[in-house]
Design a protein around this ligand. Sequence first.
Ligand code: AMP
Length: 177
Amino acid sequence: MSNSSTLGRLAAAVRNVPDFPKPGIQFKDITPVLGDASLFAASIDLLTAPFQPGQIETVVGIEARGFIFAAAAALKLGCGFAPVRKKGKLPWQTLEASYDLEYGSNTIAIHTDAVRPGARVWLIDDVLATGGTAAAAAALLQKAGANLIEVAFVIELGFLHGRAKLQNLPVRSLLTF
Ligand code: AMP
């Protein structure tokens, strides 16, 4: 199947849930993609397409839905996986980064030994919205000394201009709404 028809199937499978988790948010629900074996596999094929096994050392996924795509991509490329989690969830020593939300702030963390300094690391999340989460995760990886190769998303909400927070980094999304 061609990439464009796969992307069409992917776009059609993403479920738009209005007013979740709060009024005014259009939640992009990727569970129908995960529930379809061929679409899930196709999404991992498209995400990993630019890379060959051996080109990436660690795939990093952002809690929680980023874990799913990042772990599958890591298996496909034969490399390790590392989680970026909300502060307080990881059991060992961590590096942390905070970012502003509309109201308040969030802190995310990664284990200090999750990535090797100088390692070629690839960062994945399901959705790029305002870009705050991914920018903080990228900052964490750079603090850890990683060589961040790309930040990839299944879905980008283009109207929120999250890419602007990821300047100087290669950013790729399978679908842009
Ligand atoms: P942001 O920091 O605003 O780019 O938000 C990105 C994070 O929030 C990602 O981990 C997404 O899983 C989640 N997220 C934000 N907005 C949405 C949305 N409209 N639909 C689904 N997930 C979202």
